[in-house]
Write a protein that binds this ligand. Structure first.
Ligand SMILES: C=CC1=C(C)c2cc3[nH]c(cc4nc(cc5[nH]c(cc1n2)c(C)c5CCC(=O)O)C(CCC(=O)O)=C4C)c(C)c3C=C
Ligand SMILES: [Fe+2]
Ligand SMILES: [Fe+2]
Length: 368
């Protein structure tokens, strides 16, 4: 095998096609220790995720984490696993399908949408191969993380750059860095909260919980902390909340180092001890519900609050495939596709454009 990956067949007169490469974190193939081990190994071997010196980390990962964590994590995954599989993969797959349909109804340029996962499957390589096989010569890479973090966004993008290094016929690439303050995203979040409150009533406090990262990454220049706070402030403003009616917290601490604070678990414990009548938790940083929301928040977080004397606990679901979010996602994507797609979805125009392209290609024959 040569240095470069095999190229998809090239056809003269192929219509230009735009691709959207949606990226997310990934999930194990099954809720078992055997499936967790390779997933965690791939995830936790990523230098963007763990920045401890390699030699030291090799011993911790292989000597402590991989022998112990897969079994514990598998038990947690088993509690949220669905008949269709891992919630993260189920939602991300449906988002991919629905975005594809929505874009087809909005633009006349042919657009393909594919899903790739940083860890596990479907891999980023398989998603990029799919888009290129469909003839996409312009690709928008969109990590489904609203707030930029090196450990999530940049590691997802790394996978694409690595593949392109070994690609002969490199497509035009655009990448989306974040959408933490995009009005469409904030509106979708606010609408989902209002809709939830219209049927379940309102809490005393809305806790906005974001996935944590090591505190050190903030000191070293990662903007994640600020972007989470900006999302929190904009969401609170959209909902008309006063400062004492909401707070921003960080969850999912991993390892012994200090992570971004306040920690969600300590916050729920304290709110419980204050005998707060009702707390609602929303996780605006997760585009899909997953282990970290369904188990850590809706189960563990709830137990922590109630066991410490809190009244009632509600978890407000992630945006998932709600119509408001799918519409917002298509708006965010279309904003990034300016100049690449024509917003005219009139099928007649699209048909004539396609015919013209074919005629032009035919006239040029094999000489182009
Ligand atoms: C929202 C963005 C995410 C950031 C930032 C992030 C950073 C980060 N995560 C770990 C360690 C783990 N995370 C795990 C699961 C997990 N993490 C995210 C998102 C972000 N992580 C998601 C969406 C998920 C859920 C995946 C699913 O299948 O549902 C796990 C695996 C589960 C477990 O064993 O606990 C680990 C481990 C670190 C160390 C880190 C930043 C440095
Ligand atoms: Fe994580
Ligand atoms: Fe900050």
């Amino acid at each position: 095998m040569g240095y470069y990956a095999k190229e998809p067949a090239y056809h003269h007169g192929q219509l230009p096609r735009v691709g959207i490469l949606l990226l997310n974190l990934g999930t194990p193939d099954a809720p078992t220790a055997a499936a967790l081990r390779p997933y965690l190994k791939q995830f936790l071997s990523d230098r963007r995720v763990v920045e401890i010196p390699r030699a030291i980390w090799w011993f911790i990962l292989n000597g402590i984490i991989l022998p112990l964590r897969p079994r514990k994590s598998a038990e947690k995954y088993a509690q949220v696993w669905t008949e269709q599989g891992s919630p993260l993969l189920v939602y991300a797959t449906r988002q991919t399908e629905q975005l594809s349909k929505l874009l087809a109804s909005k633009v006349s340029t042919p657009v393909s949408v594919a899903l790739g996962m940083s860890y596990g499957s479907p891999s980023v390589a398989s998603a990029l191969d799919k888009l290129r096989a469909e003839g996409c010569d312009r690709i928008l890479v969109m990590p489904l993380y609203p707030q930029y973090a090196a450990s999530s966004t940049a590691s997802a993008l790394d996978a694409v750059w690595r593949l392109l290094l070994r690609t002969r016929n490199v497509p035009a690439i655009r990448s989306l860095r974040h959408y933490h303050d995009h009005p469409a995203y904030i509106t979708a979040l606010a609408d989902s909260v209002r809709e939830y409150w219209s049927t379940h009533g309102r809490p005393d406090k809305l806790v906005m919980s974001f996935h944590g990262v090591p505190r050190r990454s903030l000191d070293l220049g990662d903007p994640y902390h600020c972007e989470c706070h900006k999302t929190g402030r904009l969401l609170a403003e959209a909902l008309g909340l006063e400062k004492d009616q909401y707070m921003v917290c960080f969850q999912s601490r991993f390892g012994k180092a200090e992570w971004l604070k306040p920690y969600l678990a300590a916050t729920l414990e304290s709110l419980g001890k204050q005998k707060l009548a009702r707390v609602d938790v929303i996780c605006p940083g997760f585009s899909s519900d997953c282990l970290e929301t369904l188990e850590e928040i809706a189960m563990e977080g709830k137990a922590t609050f109630l066991q410490n004397g809190g009244g009632s606990f509600h978890y407000i679901p992630a945006l998932n495939v709600g119509t408001g979010w799918m519409e917002a996602l298509s708006q965010i994507v279309l904003g990034e596709l300016q100049g690449w797609v024509s917003a005219d979805a009139d099928p007649e125009t699209a048909y004539h454009e396609a015919q013209l392209s074919r005629l032009r290609a035919k006239a040029l024959g094999a000489s182009d």
